[in-house]
Design a binder for this molecule. Structure first.
Ligand code: GLY
Ligand code: MN
Ligand code: MN
Length: 447
């Protein structure tokens, strides 16, 4: 069912080398040192923040917990992994890596990060540092720290996933779907938001800090808060609706999935069904050469059409889009690039120089304006919410006559709807990583 990930890694690494060889030559560097990162500490405390590995590092080596380490690379030479394994009896030092991917690297184990200075071969060469800068590196002699032209190029290239990266994302999708199914059942069985979150993490097998973003687990009106971060401990009270936006990570690659459930049949459940149908239509629009901005604008028209058919607004899709009314109900972008970061880099990049493609006027939150290419993975996440702040502003802005306020009153207690899939652009039909993972889980359930 899945491809052998180890078999895919060498071609992935070759592609990274091809990209960086070109980028280094273009921008006048002899090599690069990619620093994994170091956990920061709370103010006046000896407690560290959760560690987030430098995504550039995770792209080269599938190690997401490794601090104070480097990948060193110069074109033509075998990549070097400076693996920091401190002598520490307060914490468990990282275990030495194993796995086929390691054969592609020269491994050096460091007891002290300072040992990397000689290994990285900085003397007499222009080595660019990529990562979160540390004062300890001040005198090492790097030619540049995160040089913008180099990073722009690497970030631009990163939108196209290798076969290895796509496979990592399929596996992240399988993990997240396991959590989604358990969370759906927990909601139906009467669990609180907090308990549903714990059930999700247990099913995925990841702690909060290992997830690619904080879970959004929202019942009822909470579903109207776009990045609802609260986890209510209370399991009593009515439950009308459930919005879950939750992902998983595999080797540093993210899944980003949202589902919305109605607790009972009725007006809200019908709206959820309508959103599901239009979301599938938008996913089908993911194709090579398509301007992602057009998918965003199509989403506005589709959502406005759904709202009109449901009797929530009193105008057609074009008027809703042009007047700004559709943004009252759908106030975020249709999606974004996905990969090593949930909101992956270079969504607005016109080319490798860092120049940007503007967002459509009046759509300040769209995170992706590029034309799609085979290998891009994007989210498609139309939303429809009843947000008091925006509804009040719409009334003040003169939209009052276009809104059926009785319908809004009826639907407000359900919060809102978002349905989000991760979709890979291919030369032909799009690959829906999310729906494929749900389908695989059904096959497993039948066995
Ligand atoms: N989970 C964050 C997002 O959907 O963009
Ligand atoms: Mn998303
Ligand atoms: Mn999401």
């Amino acid at each position: 069912m899945h491809m052998d990930i180890d078999e895919l890694f060498p071609a992935h690494l070759s592609e990274l080398r091809r990209r960086i060889d070109l980028a280094l030559a273009t921008h006048g560097f002899d090599g690069v040192a990619i620093f994994s990162g170091a956990a920061g500490y709370s103010f006046l405390d000896d407690r560290s923040y959760p560690f987030r590995v430098n995504p550039h590092f995770a792209q080269w080596v599938p190690l997401t917990d490794l601090q104070q380490s480097f990948v060193g690379y110069t074109p033509g030479a075998e990549p070097l992994l400076c693996f920091h394994q401190p002598a520490d009896y307060w914490h468990r030092p990282p275990s030495l890596p194993s796995g086929d991917w390691l054969r592609q690297f020269r491994l050096e184990v460091l007891r002290d990060p300072g040992q990397a200075l000689d290994l990285l071969g900085l003397a007499g060469r222009r080595i660019a540092f990529v990562g979160e800068w540390q004062a300890a590196f001040e005198d090492w002699g790097f030619a540049a720290i995160n040089p913008a032209p180099l990073l722009h190029q690497l970030h631009y290239d990163r939108a196209v996933k290798t076969a290895y990266e796509l496979e990592c994302m399929r596996r992240a999708s399988d993990m997240a779907v396991r959590g989604h199914l358990v969370a759906r059942d927990a909601f139906a069985a009467g669990a609180s938001e907090f308990e549903t979150h714990l059930a999700y993490c247990a099913a995925v097998g990841q702690r909060d800090e290992e997830l690619p973003y904080g879970n959004i687990i929202a019942f009822n009106e909470g579903a109207a808060v776009l990045h609802y971060q609260h986890l209510d401990r209370n399991s009593t009270g009515p439950r009308r609706s459930f919005l879950i936006d939750a992902g998983a990570q595999f080797r540093g690659y993210a899944a980003d999935i949202t589902r919305t459930y109605a607790a009972a049949d009725g007006e809200f459940a019908t709206l959820v069904g309508g959103m599901d149908a239009l979301q599938r239509k938008l996913c089908a629009a993911v194709a090579s050469g398509v301007d992602y901005r057009d998918i965003h604008l199509l989403a506005h028209r589709e959502i406005a059409g759904l709202l009109r058919d449901a009797g929530v607004i009193r105008c057609g899709p074009d008027e809703a889009l042009e007047s700004g009314l559709s943004s009252v109900f759908f106030p975020h972008g249709i999606g974004h690039l996905l990969g090593l970061q949930v909101h992956d880099v270079a969504g607005l990049a016109r080319d490798p120089s860092g120049a940007e493609i503007p967002r459509p006027e009046g759509h300040p939150f769209l995170r992706l304006t590029r034309r799609l290419e085979p290998g891009f993975v994007v989210t498609i996440e139309p939303g429809l919410y009843f947000i008091d702040l925006l509804l009040d502003a719409a009334r003040s802005a003169g939209h009052g006559g276009r809104i059926n306020w009785d319908a809004v009153e009826r639907l407000r207690p359900y919060g809102g709807i978002r349905i989000e899939d991760d979709v890979a652009c291919t030369p032909g039909e799009p690959e829906n990583l999310t729906r494929d993972a749900f389908a695989r889980s059904e096959v497993r359930d039948d066995k």
